[in-house]
Design a protein. Structure first.
Length: 255
């Protein structure tokens, strides 16, 4: 379960220094754009083949979101950033997943469209800019995914058994049982509720793919799932120690 969440802290960072006025250094952390689901719930008839590039991939919507972020950063830092790409002024770092690497590239496409001598092909308003990464098992700076952290795993399992988790279950027991049964799970677990929302959310972002939603997914049930999914993040950072372990990923890289 931790890996599903840590698919999400997955970010790329841009660092540069070109010193006008008082601004001398900027570090920007951002997440990937819209993606296809990272998994599925048992009763969902739409599997991986329902998505153009399968599960866990950046969508065209996500590509546009990342490009637009790059355009925003160009406007926000214009005058501080050089108008053209200069290799020793920019360093881009991404976690090693398709959607984060592609997001970093799309941000750079919006941030540094080729100008003048950098226009190497008149038919393409794009230029290659390096994006650096590490193998997932070695990457403790950008994400804990695929990094063996048994201590964090133990803390997370304890969080799922905590009084906080028990209260969420007691307060929502009837709905949890209803949704997990409809989703095809054998057990009415909070984690199964969270795993049900993810694919449904992704499907709702893409009406062009023609998904038909089950009758049990009323607007009220979907809103309830949306609220419950926020607990997913809450229980991954329930204690100060868990928050420290998560934040150390980016702190380590920025120091």
């Amino acid at each position: 379960m931790i890996q599903a969440w840590l698919l999400v802290p997955l970010a790329a960072s841009i660092c540069h220094g070109a010193p006008p006025a008082s601004l001398r250094f900027t570090q920007i952390l951002f997440r990937h754009g819209d993606r296809s689901p990272t998994g599925n719930f048992p009763s969902n008839p739409y599997g991986e083949d329902a998505w153009p590039n399968g599960f866990s991939q950046l969508t065209q919507l996500g590509m546009r979101q990342a490009r637009d972020l790059g355009k925003y950063l160009r406007t926000r830092y214009d005058g501080f950033l050089n108008s053209t790409y200069v290799a020793d002024q920019v360093y881009v770092r991404s976690s090693d997943t398709d959607r984060t690497l592609m997001s970093a590239e799309a941000v750079l496409a919006g941030l540094y469209p080729p100008q003048g001598f950098q226009q190497w092909d008149p038919n393409i308003s794009w230029q290659p800019i390096p994006v650096h990464t590490k193998a997932p098992e070695d990457d403790i700076e950008m994400t804990l995914e695929d990094v063996d952290c048994q201590y964090y795993d133990r803390l997370y399992n304890e969080a799922l058994l905590s009084e906080d988790a028990q209260k969420v279950y007691r307060d929502n027991e009837e709905m949890i049982k209803y949704v997990t049964e409809k989703a095809g799970y054998d057990a009415p677990l909070l984690t199964n509720v969270w795993d049900t929302f993810g694919p449904l959310y992704c499907m709702k972002q893409h009406p062009e793919l023609g998904f038909i939603f089950p009758d049990w997914l009323t607007p009220e049930v979907y809103s309830w799932l949306d609220v419950q999914h926020n607990e997913y993040y809450h229980f991954h950072t329930l204690t100060q120690t868990m928050r420290t372990l998560q934040s150390d990923c980016t702190q380590h890289e920025s120091t």
